[in-house]
Ligand binder design. Structure first.
Ligand code: ATP
Length: 267
């Protein structure tokens, strides 16, 4: 579905990405992990064709991403970008309708089919009841569900989520990831997501790519990536790794440095 080879990117004199390569198979849930500033968002911007790499290439279904025109690309790829919608003064219904723009023809408005898809995704994400409310008045969790509805209205084959659970409480984190997971299974959707929560990444992703200082430190399934030594090397924390009793995927327990706190080092 998506392939990248030899990606490099610098901003000014600072090289942000070094020889990054990855391959995402159709229908897969692919997680990008790494510390703050390791280049995750920069990589996503290059993968979706929003930024150009200094060297290397990205292929979407075998065709170079740079050769897609923007409307054609928007029919294949949706990006969950709540922050960019923060300032807009539209109703929830209007925000979700924007997801259909890549399909609208000149001079014609929404078709019955467009309307049906909008209704379906609003029902699925539970945002129909907010239809006439201003997007800017919603809570963070509600906004996130509207952003997902808009992305799904695009009927993408590939959905990019850059930290979809930021600012959400644990109820909404699970609700949103479950919703996307269910939709993925029903629609053969491919997902690429940046996640800071390694435990959620292990539960919701089939494959993980661990970035460190702009380089691919490791790539593989959650068992291969969520390893104490690797996590310590990249994040500089010494976690305890257990197997999730229900899903048998690795889960991290973080240990507070209470010894150093009691000896006064924390204050
Ligand atoms: N447009 C830009 N101009 C200059 N530097 C940039 C630009 N975009 C990103 N950077 C720098 O590139 C580095 C990687 O940033 P990026 O946002 O890709 O990291 P990240 O892994 O997504 O971080 P975080 O987890 O904190 O969101 C950072 O040092 C950042 O300051």
């Amino acid at each position: 579905m998506l392939k990248a080879q030899g990606l490099a990117k610098s901003y000014g004199s600072e090289q942000i990405l070094h020889q990054v390569e990855l391959e995402v198979k159709r229908g897969e849930s692919f997680g990008i992990l790494g510390p703050n500033g390791s280049g995750k968002s920069t990589l996503v911007k290059i993968l979706i064709g929003e930024e150009s790499p200094d060297s290397g290439k990205v292929w979407l279904e075998g065709k170079e991403i740079a050769s897609y025109d923007s409307k054609e690309r928007a029919r294949k790829i949706a990006v969950l970008a709540q922050e960019t919608m923060e300032e807009i003064d539209f109703t929830v219904g209007q925000v979700v309708e924007m997801g259909r723009y890549p399909y609208l023809k000149k001079w014609t408005g929404m078709t019955r089919q467009d309307q049906e898809i909008i209704e379906q995704v609003m029902e699925l994400t539970g945002v129909s009841i907010y239809r006439d409310r201003r997007f800017s008045d919603l809570s963070g969790g509600e906004k996130q569900r509207v952003a997902i509805a808009k992305a799904l209205a695009q009927e993408p084959e590939l959905l990019f989520l850059d930290e979809p659970t930021t600012y959400l409480d644990i109820h909404y984190q699970l609700l949103i990831l479950d919703l996307i997971h269910r939709y993925r299974q029903e629609h053969q959707l491919t997902i690429v997501m940046v996640l800071h929560d390694l435990n959620l990444a292990a539960q919701y992703c089939d494959q993980l790519l661990l970035l460190s200082k702009g380089k691919v430190k490791a790539a593989g399934n959650p068992q291969q990536i969520i390893q104490p030594s690797l996590i310590d090397e990249v994040f500089h924390v010494k976690p305890i790794v257990l197997s999730h009793p229900k899903w048998q995927v690795p889960q991290l327990l973080l240990s507070a440095k209470r010894d150093s706190c009691s000896s006064g080092e924390c204050s």
